[in-house]
Design a protein around this ligand. Structure first.
Ligand SMILES: Cc1cc2nc3c(=O)[nH]c(=O)nc-3n(C[C@H](O)[C@H](O)[C@H](O)COP(=O)(O)O)c2cc1C
Length: 327
């Protein structure tokens, strides 16, 4: 077994494979399944106080889209499939949710259960962050780049780097901040400057697709889209952020479907990688498979996971340097 251990936001993780926040981490049974599949951490579905955000989860819709843009129901996904969907936030009373996550984190053994906040009101987000800390949770994630913000009911989902400082000042917990938006690299640098212990890059893109038979929008709305094709985009965000903030701790999200995708993101500068869509489409076992594949790759290369972090990003040259070599 290769040495999979990494450090994220000052915490020692048994491997870089994390279950990302989403519909496969929205209840205790699902979180336990991710832990049983060996995830080093499980980021729970995000919450806030907005009734509209909860209602949006009840109206969520999902489709798999193949490379010809044929749409089918969600189930096991092929490498070339994209997940096209809209989602909302945890549909459970906050106090109950805090208790559920704190109990799961206590039983997580050598792993972590991580609460996640998406802000509606800043004061409420601060209160919720403090409640997670008071309940004994050991790590907090804040998503300031949710791709659905512009489509959601007014006030349900806020985005922007100005949200980091109030949460940072409210709790001493290790804080990871998920960024997105038009310039994730700038947002990641700003989030680190505002006190994030690590940044998670980057949220999915927004898309629009039409059904060619009915001539209507697929799912009836705009929606977020992701697939393995996003790995190089995420890796570019990671490598550019590493160049801008060499000491910043980075986590990859968006596109990883297997252990070799995880290795790609480590080489680009991530210390760990969140897998979300593949757990929704293929189940929690995808986390165990990714860990085994990563371990096999590390064994082939004769390196530890930590040694991979940023190795390729640090070897990147400018176009000018590359052209000088060809003179
Ligand atoms: C159905 C669905 C629901 C999601 N819900 C959340 C959420 O509540 N909070 C959050 O921070 N990210 C959420 N995400 C984003 C994922 O955690 C992840 O960052 C993104 O999907 C890209 O990674 P992937 O390619 O592994 O899916 C969601 C993604 C999907 C597909």
């Amino acid at each position: 077994m290769a040495d999979l251990a990494v450090t994220v936001a000052g915490l020692e993780l048994k491997s870089p494979v994390i279950a990302g926040s989403g519909e496969a981490t929205q209840n205790a049974e699902q979180i336990r399944a991710c832990l049983a599949a060996g995830a080093a951490a499980v980021v729970a579905k995000s919450t806030n106080e907005s009734a509209a955000a909860k209602a949006q989860l009840r109206a969520a819709a999902y489709a798999l889209v193949d490379s010809d843009f044929n749409v089918r129901e969600v189930g096991p996904a092929a490498r070339e499939d994209s997940l096209f969907c809209r989602s909302g936030l945890v549909d459970e009373a906050f106090d109950q949710w805090v208790g559920t996550l704190a109990a799961l984190d206590r039983e997580a053994g050598d792993a972590y259960v991580v609460p996640s906040l998406i802000v509606s009101g800043v004061d409420e987000a601060v209160r919720m962050a403090r409640a997670f800390e008071a309940a004994g949770l050991r790590w907090l994630e804040l998503n300031i780049g949710a791709p659905h913000a512009a489509e959601a009911a007014a006030g349900a989902i806020r985005t922007g780097v100005d949200l980091v400082r109030p949460i940072r000042d409210a709790v001493a917990l290790p804080l990871t901040v998920k960024v997105g938006g038009l310039d994730p690299v700038a947002d990641a640098a700003a989030a680190l400057d505002a006190g994030a212990d690590a940044v998670v890059l980057a949220s999915r893109a927004q898309g629009f697709l039409s059904d060619l038979e009915t001539r209507r929008p697929v799912l009836g709305t705009f929606a977020a889209i992701g697939g393995a094709w996003a790995v190089p985009l995420t890796c570019r965000h990671l490598a550019k952020t590493r160049q801008a903030r060499p000491d910043g701790c980075l986590v990859g999200t968006n596109g990883a479907r297997n252990g070799r995708d995880v290795a790609q993101m480590l080489l680009a500068g991530a210390s760990a990688v969140q897998l979300t869509s593949v757990v929704i489409t293929d189940g929690a076992d995808a986390l165990a498979r990714a860990t085994t594949e990563l371990s096999a790759y590390l064994g082939e290369q004769g390196v530890a996971a930590r040694e991979l972090v940023g190795e390729a990003a640090d070897a990147v040259r400018t176009y000018e340097e590359a052209s000088l070599e060809h003179r």
